[in-house]
Design a protein around this ligand. Structure first.
Ligand code: HPA
Length: 232
């Protein structure tokens, strides 16, 4: 057991899906997996292990923001031996050609967070996804006929920015969309020797101010989960 996860060693699979919302984790487990066992209830950050296509896979809430996913991913890797961590979440589009409901594979995650300062690097670190997972996810998406954007995303510490125009600077650098967790996940995976990838569905657009309905979110959410599960 760790401070935040009351599971035994061996309760958690080598591959885990990490939605921000613990109730999403419950929904994913109940909808896509069989033989599910709930291994964590601490702070209601529900975690389940089950079976998909004959393969063992876990799914757990990460909470919102880099501090929260930083805690869970650290404990999952160091205490439970998790090897592949796949964030499945929503994001806000920065680009005209990235529409609501589209799916994004975040090959890299720029950030306005200080998370990397803990490593005392003599420069600016580039948080990066596992190429192996990116490649597998892209070919799974192609096989499933799900179009995906592949590129740089922004992991922001700020949802309600005092400067509502700040995102345009990132957009000008070709960043596809904003979310709040991937950069810390990629850094923990790099530092601790695991593989990580963020697969995102666009829930809203900062360009057009459009947002998905809950019905649309469910449909596109399923596309993202189908891609993620092939990585198990
Ligand atoms: N900002 C940050 N995270 C998000 C957003 C956003 O606009 N949309 C979905 N996740």
């Amino acid at each position: 057991m760790t401070v935040h996860i009351n599971a035994q060693k061996g309760d958690i699979a080598k591959t885990i899906l990490l939605p921000g919302d613990p109730l999403r984790a419950k929904y994913i487990a109940e909808t896509f997996l069989t033989d599910i066992v709930c291994y964590n209830t601490v702070r209601n950050m529900l975690g389940y292990t089950g079976v998909w296509n004959g393969r063992r896979v876990s799914v757990q809430g990460s909470g919102m923001g880099m501090p929260s996913i930083g805690i869970y991913s650290h404990e999952l890797i160091t205490e439970y031996g998790v090897e592949q961590l796949i964030r499945v979440g929503s994001c806000g589009s920065f680009q005209e050609n990235v529409g609501i409901r589209d799916v994004i594979l975040g090959i890299s995650a720029s950030t306005n967070s200080r998370y990397a300062h803990q490593y005392n690097l003599p420069g600016t670190y580039a948080p990066t996804a596992s190429f192996e997972l990116v490649e597998k996810a892209k070919s799974a998406a192609d096989q499933l006929n799900i179009p995906v954007h592949v590129g740089n995303i922004l992991s922001s510490d700020i949802f309600y920015d005092a400067n509502p125009e700040a995102w345009k600077k990132w957009a000008g650098m070709g960043v596809l969309a904003v979310e709040m967790e991937a950069a810390a996940l990629y850094m923990n995976a790099a530092f601790l020797g695991a593989k990580a990838l963020a697969i995102l569905t666009v829930s809203d657009s900062l360009v057009t101010h459009m947002a998905t309905t809950s019905e649309e979110r469910e449909k596109t959410f399923a596309d993202m989960i189908k891609i993620a599960l092939t990585l198990a």
